[in-house]
Ligand binder design. Structure first.
Ligand SMILES: [Zn+2]
Length: 137
């Protein structure tokens, strides 16, 4: 019983003279040293985690063209597809009989009919709209 406080803080026992007080002080010292150790450990853990995060962020940024960039690309594709579908529903080429998908780069006609004059495309589109309206009515 007497050994422990002596072992922890022998100087406090000598200077105080009062054993009770010395013991209380040594316990407090032990607690505070434990707390300090814990705090120091916690700080180092947090520091390490932050360092690891920063390091991985840097590595990710540096290696975006290589291997580490792949999961990010997949994430963008996974996220981008539904958004793109919602934003621009698949539109078909307005040329009659053509079942190809229209692309914005060709002026909303398919690759095959990208050379068709705009006036013609416009007429096709109007015809299609009229046909749709007739169907709906
Ligand atoms: Zn077409």
């Amino acid at each position: 019983m007497d050994r422990r406080p002596n072992f922890v803080y022998p100087a406090l026992l000598d200077s105080g003279g009062n054993t009770k007080m010395a013991r209380t002080t040594s316990i407090q010292a032990t607690i505070s040293s434990l707390t300090e150790a814990f705090a120091r450990q916690l700080a180092s853990v947090v520091e390490q985690a932050a360092a690891a995060r920063i390091q991985s962020a840097i590595l990710e940024g540096l290696g975006s063209g290589r291997g580490p960039g792949r999961p990010r690309k997949d994430g963008i594709v996974g996220l981008g597809l539904p958004v793109a579908r919602k934003k621009a529903p698949k539109q078909l080429c307005p040329v009659p009989g053509c079942k190809n998908a229209a692309a914005p780069v060709f002026g909303m006609v398919c690759a095959k009919h990208k050379d068709v004059p705009k006036a013609k495309i416009k007429k096709y589109r109007e015809d299609r709209r009229a046909a749709k309206a007739k169907k709906a009515a």
